[in-house]
Ligand binder design. Structure first.
Ligand code: FES
Length: 243
């Protein structure tokens, strides 16, 4: 029996753990990994605590550009916005008044967000800036009634959010040795960026696994991707669902 590779350790803020030794040694994954309800619920919890790569900085290049991203398994909709100071911030896409979904489009540009319900307005820093008929709300403290922030950070132009109230790790800590391995990688020099969106009624790991190996490209994508070689960068956003 082979000894598991001691280098395959990772940490998602709960201490170092190793991939299941049986899988590493036997090369087989039990069906439970894909169809266990208990495991799936545990994974949904995990997605509320780890850093999630949710967008690229190039999608919001200018001040006041914004996009909306949903984290379906956490029932979260997030506004990702570049402020006038060029910093990228993230907020829950929920009005602080009555909890209305604030932004309904997928992307846009503009220095304010206006709630469709009663027209409370927020700026790109998430501050509550305007309340129609404000005299009717003497108890509302604007300073305390802004949008709820989400932890947000970037690495090499990739935007990550963390839905935990107090992330156990910084983004760089979470990414671990990958940051060193990909240091100085010329991400910005790839000439093409394509975003595809799919809704797949399958366990999320099937989607990730398909995107983590290029073994299939020569056969399955013989007429498209295989011909494009390494000069294109593909970004696939997949909304995951479990059967
Ligand atoms: S719910 Fe948004 S302004 Fe009332």
């Amino acid at each position: 029996m082979n000894t598991p590779n001691p280098g395959i350790m990772f940490d998602i803020g709960q201490g170092e753990i190793m991939a299941t030794p049986e899988i590493l040694e036997g090369g087989r994954i039990e069906p439970d990994a894909y169809n266990s309800r208990e495991r799936f619920e545990a994974e949904r919890e995990m997605f509320g605590k780890v850093w999630l790569n949710i967008a690229e900085a190039g999608e919001i290049p200018n001040p006041d550009d914004w996009i909306v991203r949903d984290v379906t398994c956490r029932s979260v909709s997030a506004i990702i916005v570049r402020g006038k100071d060029m910093n990228i911030r993230a907020f829950h896409n929920i009005c602080s008044h009555r909890g209305m979904k604030l932004v309904w489009d997928e992307k846009g540009r503009g220095g304010k967000f206006s709630c469709p319900y009663h027209a409370w307005q927020y700026n790109t820093d998430g501050e509550l800036t305007h309340i129609p008929d404000a005299e009717c709300f003497p108890h509302v403290d604007k300073q305390e009634s802004g949008l709820t922030p989400i932890h947000c950070d970037t690495w090499e132009g990739f935007i990550f959010i963390n839905l935990d109230q107090q992330p156990a790790q910084t983004l760089v800590e979470f990414l671990g040795p990958m940051t060193e391995a990909l240091k100085n990688a010329p991400f910005q020099e790839y000439p093409t960026s394509v975003r595809c969106r799919s809704v797949i009624k399958a366990n999320w790991k099937l989607g990730v696994e398909a995107q983590s190996e290029s073994y299939h490209a020569a056969a399955l994508h013989a007429r498209t991707v295989a011909k494009m070689g390494v000069t294109s960068r593909f970004v696939r956003q997949t909304t995951i669902w479990q059967t």
